[in-house]
Unconditional design. Structure first.
Length: 193
């Protein structure tokens, strides 16, 4: 599959490039990545080079995982990353620490979900989100992007080494806006004021 550019009101989502390695290396030193993500830890420049030079292009080529750089403008610095795995249409994301709290990730996650459900990945009825239990920032992004929390019996995510699991929060987004979506988060996030 050819990489796809998605535009939103404030953002341009496009292909992460080898030239983004400095930014990716710097952002991935963030201690909260150790807790909430499965990105390598400690994270080195070699990890960024392999991610940008091999992993991302291979994901697009095989359509197994589609990964976008979040930028303000074409050719601008990478601010964060959002991806969708073909299996289960699972969305994942992170934002560089200095760019958080401005609603950019919510905007990017909503746009990618709408693109998937609009036929970007054929035959997608839902987009799936999960996060390690307690990841309030990620849950707020999922709520803002229109996801509805679900509570399956065995809700887990794999640990970084892939050998264990951690309790997780799950949510889905469907093609039609779900009127129950907003209230489904009240139990963990409280009602939005
Ligand atoms: C989760 C993350 C992507 C949010 O990025 P962001 O750019 O701040 O997202 P937005 O600006 O769209 O914020 C959405 C909401 O989350 C809140 N938020 C963001 N980070 C938060 C945090 N660490 N703790 C609590 N709330 C947070 C924002 O205040 C905002 O709240 P609101 O809806 O009440 O206004 C970012 O904190 C991050 O990269 N975290 C580490 C990686 C990670 O956990 N990724 C998700 C893995 S499942």
């Amino acid at each position: 599959m050819q990489p796809v550019v998605i535009r939103t009101a404030r953002l341009r989502l496009d292909l992460p490039l080898p030239g983004d390695a400095d930014a990716v290396t710097a952002y991935c030193q963030d201690p909260i990545f150790e807790r909430w993500l499965t990105t390598p830890w400690p994270y080195t420049r070699e990890h960024a080079d392999a991610f940008l030079g091999t992993y991302v292009p291979a994901g697009w080529a095989t359509a197994s995982e589609l990964t976008w750089a979040i930028r303000a403008v074409e050719g601008g610095p990478l601010l964060g990353v959002v991806s969708v795995r073909e299996t289960q249409r699972e969305i994942g994301f992170w934002m560089g620490a200095e760019h958080r709290g401005a609603g950019r990730m919510s905007e990017a996650a909503a746009a990618v979900s709408e693109w998937v459900l609009g036929g970007g990945i054929p035959e997608s009825a839902t987009v799936f989100w999960r996060a390690v239990e307690g990841n309030i920032g990620s849950a707020k992004v999922a709520r803002a992007a229109g996801f509805r929390r679900i509570e399956p019996e065995h809700a887990t995510v794999p640990t970084r080494d892939g050998e264990g699991t951690l309790p997780a929060w799950y949510a889905v987004r469907e093609r039609e806006a779900d009127p129950r979506a907003e209230a489904s988060w009240d139990g963990i996030l409280g009602a939005r004021s």
